[in-house]
Write a protein that binds this ligand. Structure first.
Ligand SMILES: *[C@@H]1O[C@H](CO)[C@@H](O)[C@H](O)[C@H]1NC(C)=O
Ligand SMILES: *[C@@H]1O[C@H](CO)[C@@H](O)[C@H](O)[C@H]1NC(C)=O
Ligand SMILES: *[C@@H]1O[C@H](CO)[C@@H](O)[C@H](O)[C@H]1NC(C)=O
Length: 273
């Protein structure tokens, strides 16, 4: 027997409107913000028991690109940190968050870049991946006290952009390694924080198109994206081979008027952890 399209539609529509078994919860800004705050509080306590992550059957925790148990003694989440700075961006399209954390205590401090990704688990949205780049003493230009002073003086209040502008800009910036003529939308003023080093001096003429390597460089690979069009910011966690093979790395950009205003970079130089 064959059905006309109209008959098929009348058969299918009731299912589309009743609650299907795998109904995805909407991935809202409020939900993402609240889970990111739960993550921050777990890090503050050094206790993951309130993170809903453990309940997702396929949950993965990655620290510096290495999979480990989130509750293990080598996981940063089992160390209580005083949190001097946090800032989260929200990606409702990818259903993901990115959080920047700076802690100066316990010494020598930590600067952490964490993406959380969610998917539907039997009708409930749960984190399936907590993906953290954790820097501390020994990492590229690390000094949490200096990083804290820098970020506290910057203005990251929301400045809307478009998803394509943010993706194009952050990809062009990362493409500089391997392609020095990548079309980066450089802005003026613009400042880059790398570890705790800061380009420019706070003048309206500051450019951040300085000290960018030319020539042949290992490309930036394994890029994972979080894009927040309302905030005007995008983050990529990646492997930054120009520093050392497979160096775990985080880059975040802020655009103003479609041009780069700030870049934050963390690169893990320690090996084996
Ligand atoms: C994040 O920092 C803000 C201040 O910028 C603070 O009000 C908020 O409580 C912090 N969030 C968490 C979860 O600690
Ligand atoms: C973590 O928090 C839970 C819930 O508050 C508590 O029962 C547990 O004892 C805490 N674990 C540690 C190691 O503090
Ligand atoms: C980090 O920077 C602060 C402020 O400039 C400085 O006082 C401190 O000695 C630095 N720490 C290290 C380990 O270099």
């Amino acid at each position: 027997m064959t059905y006309s399209l109209a008959v098929l539609s009348s058969l299918l529509i009731p299912y589309a409107h009743s609650a299907p078994l795998a109904a995805a919860e909407p991935c809202t800004k409020e939900f993402l913000t609240s889970t990111a705050n739960t993550y921050i509080n777990s890090q503050r306590l050094g206790n993951t028991s309130s993170l809903p992550s453990i309940q997702a059957s396929n949950f993965i925790y990655e620290e510096n690109n290495v999979v480990k148990a989130i509750g293990s003694s080598s996981s940063l989440l089992t160390t209580a940190l005083q949190i001097a700075h946090n800032r989260t961006i929200i990606d409702t399209t990818a259903c993901a968050t990115y959080t920047e954390i700076i802690s100066t205590s316990p010494s020598p401090g930590h600067v952490v870049a964490t993406q959380i990704r969610f998917s539907d688990n039997d009708g409930t949205l749960r984190p399936t991946l907590v993906d953290s780049i954790v820097t501390t003493q020994g990492d590229w230009l690390f000094n949490a006290t200096k990083s804290l002073a820098i970020v506290q003086a910057e203005d990251w209040s929301p400045i809307p952009s478009t998803r394509s502008a943010l993706l194009t800009a952050i990809d062009a910036y990362l493409d500089l390694w391997g392609n020095p003529s990548a079309p980066v939308p450089w802005g003026v003023p613009c400042r880059r924080m790398e570890g705790s080093a800061y380009t420019g001096s706070g003048l309206p003429t500051d450019s951040c198109n300085i000290g960018i390597p030319g020539g042949s460089q290992p490309p930036v690979t394994n890029r994972r994206y979080v894009v927040d069009e309302e905030a005007g910011s995008a983050n990529v966690l990646c492997d930054f081979g120009a520093m050392r093979s497979g160096a775990p790395d985080s880059h975040e950009i802020r655009l103003e008027g479609g041009k780069l205003r700030f870049v934050h970079t963390l690169t893990v130089m320690r090996t084996g952890g």
